[in-house]
Design a protein around this ligand. Structure first.
Ligand SMILES: Cc1cc2nc3c(=O)[nH]c(=O)nc-3n(C[C@H](O)[C@H](O)[C@H](O)COP(=O)(O)OP(=O)(O)OC[C@H]3O[C@@H](n4cnc5c(N)ncnc54)[C@H](O)[C@@H]3O)c2cc1C
Length: 534
């Protein structure tokens, strides 16, 4: 049997699901194949970062995800502890979603995201995204369909898929491998992962314990890192009834003992699952070849300190989605899809490096652990003080990467206008709003309370700010020449003009800046050609 579609997506993890939904929303026909029977109740990621939540807001999913996730009024604090009942060595407070939303509502300088983070367990997010994908008439979601192999030529890709009732062939214009760290699509392309593999092997166990969260005497939060010699950390999952514990131990049985040791109170609990996992810092040599692209863990594997795994993958999906749609709809030039690797691979490298820094930070404070950490002696107190002092600096590297989340830029992209001068400094730990070409448009509230992001549509947008009289008709004509979707949006409010620093900004469908200025460049057709990849 042979089936045809425009895009075949392999793998229904969070990245493949996000890609399929965004393609479907853009009117692209796609088939999503997944080897599993159904989404599994296995823990992995638990935090969508601020940029991912902005993306989900644009896709109309933010509220749904918040409703399914961690309660909005629970703090996101991080603790370093010897157990859940002893005074914490370090307590790093982070706002609940409700508090963060209030801070964002009051922020007027463009320095905060439009949406704060959201804690939602991967096993909650995947079924949610699956049901959204299944509701789209353009998307066909097929579980129990295993990708086996493909061949491609100048016109199409043909993939062999093993379905429950035999082999089928799917012919597509493009194929995207979102099939995770062991990606069969990547292996068939002969693309290697480079970097550091198997840095550490831990076990992760999932527990159900209904009353633990309410009873934690030292305060509510989301992460409890244990100062021990097993690299243990306890993570509260979205229901607050489920917990995961990660630890370097010899057997699954040891994970029960470890849980009881960390909790250190008599509680009723059940250990639901346990499996080993490995820490890697790896990046693919390339993000695709010809008509075949790769996204998510298929091309980057990070240590999940700082949550740059799935969140980086959602960034890949959203960069690729509009470029595939533009190419299939006929207005995207050949340079659009070619820019995917040029834009996203440097971000993959940046995020692998940010994850390396964060995990070094964790290792730094863990190195201060001594077996006397609980002793009621001057030496024990000195160990606690020393570890706390290092951790108070180093642990923040995992939890405060707002620059990595919001500040990534496609500076050197071939589809971004090359502005002369030096780009602003790139800081993983700090976000400084900028409209330097390639940057994400900073979020700004308008005087009527609306977010400027929300007014920007799915095509290119030329923002006319303040009271500019600039003639922008030549640019509109240039985009019309490519039949590319283009809207001019005039915003008279003073604040966006002041924060963005220019009268005119050209934005892409993913809210990244292509160009800025106070009047059009001398050759507006060149700008339109660059932006659309011609
Ligand atoms: C303990 C832990 C905590 C984490 N915490 C965070 C966090 O807080 N934030 C964050 O951003 N990231 C986190 N991550 C990383 C995150 O889980 C991954 O980055 C994310 O799952 C990657 O998504 P993906 O869709 O690319 O790949 P995956 O989730 O691996 O999905 C790939 C899918 O492809 C399917 N597949 C594979 N081969 C085939 C085939 N041949 N045919 C059909 N289907 C196939 C698989 O069954 C799977 O469903 C964490 C990871 C771990 C291990």
């Amino acid at each position: 049997m042979s089936v045809r579609t425009q895009v075949l997506v392999v793998g229904a993890g969070p990245v493949g699901l996000t890609l399929a939904i965004d393609l479907g929303r853009r009117g692209v026909q796609c088939i999503l194949v997944e080897q599993k029977e159904a989404p599994q109740f296995l823990p992995k990621m638990e935090r969508c970062n601020a940029r991912t939540m902005e993306i989900y807001r644009r896709m109309g999913l933010a509220r749904k995800i918040r409703d399914a996730g961690f309660p909005r009024d629970v703090p996101m604090d991080v603790f370093i502890v010897t157990s859940l009942v002893e005074p914490p060595l370090v307590h790093l407070p982070y706002p609940s979603v409700a508090q963060a939303q209030a801070e964002i509502a009051a922020c007027r300088d463009g320095s905060m995201p439009l949406e704060p983070y959201q804690l939602i367990s991967q096993y909650t997010l995947e079924p949610l995204l699956k049901s959204v994908a299944e509701s789209l008439p353009t998307v066909s979601v097929r579980y129990r369909h295993e990708f086996i192999a493909f061949e491609q030529d100048a016109r199409s890709v043909r993939a062999k898929i093993k379905a429950a009732d035999g082999m089928i062939e799917i012919e597509a214009r493009y194929l995207v491998g979102c099939d995770g760290g062991t990606s069969a699509v990547r292996r068939q392309l002969g693309i290697q992962l480079r970097g550091e593999a198997n840095l550490l092997q831990l076990r992760q166990a999932l527990y159900r314990c209904d009353d633990l969260f309410e009873r934690i005497p030292i305060g509510k939060g989301r992460h409890y890192h244990v100062a021990d010699d097993h690299n243990s950390f306890l993570i509260v999952q979205d229901s607050t009834k489920h917990f995961t514990l990660h630890s370097v131990v010899d057997s699954n049985d040891d994970m029960k003992k470890m849980f009881e040791q960390v909790v250190a109170m008599p509680v009723q609990y059940e250990m639901l699952s346990c499996a080993p996992w490995r820490q890697n810092l790896l990046l693919a040599e390339s993000y695709g070849q010809g008509r075949v692209f790769l996204a998510g863990d298929a091309v980057h594997l990070v240590i999940p300190t700082g949550g740059l795994g799935m969140n980086s993958g959602v960034g890949d999906a959203i960069d690729l989605s509009w470029k595939l749609a533009a190419t299939l709809q006929g207005w995207g030039g050949a340079g659009l899809l070619a820019s995917y690797d040029a834009e996203r691979r440097p971000i993959g490298a940046r995020n692998v490096e940010a994850s390396r820094q964060a995990s070094r930070g964790r290792r730094a404070w863990r190195a201060a652990y001594r077996p006397n950490i609980r002793d009621n002696t001057p030496d024990g107190a000195a160990t606690r003080a020393r570890l706390a002092c290092i951790a108070d600096v180093e642990q923040r590297k995992s939890n405060e990467m707002i620059g990595a989340e919001l500040g990534y830029r496609y500076d050197r992209s071939p589809i971004v206008w090359p502005e002369s001068g030096d780009p602003p400094a790139d800081d993983i730990m700090r976000y400084v709003p900028t409209t330097w070409p390639g940057a994400r448009l900073p979020h700004v509230w308008l005087s009527d309370g609306r977010a400027l992001h929300d007014l920007i549509g799915e095509g290119y947008t030329l923002l006319r700010l303040g009271r500019t009289q600039a003639d922008t008709a030549p640019l509109e004509r240039a985009f019309a020449g490519y039949a590319a979707p283009f809207t001019t949006l005039a915003i008279a409010d003073e604040r966006p003009r002041a924060i963005y620093g220019y009268d005119l900004l050209l934005l892409r469908p993913d809210l990244h800046v292509v160009w800025r200025g106070n009047r059009l460049p001398d050759d507006p057709t060149k700008l339109a050609a660059i932006a659309t990849g011609h």
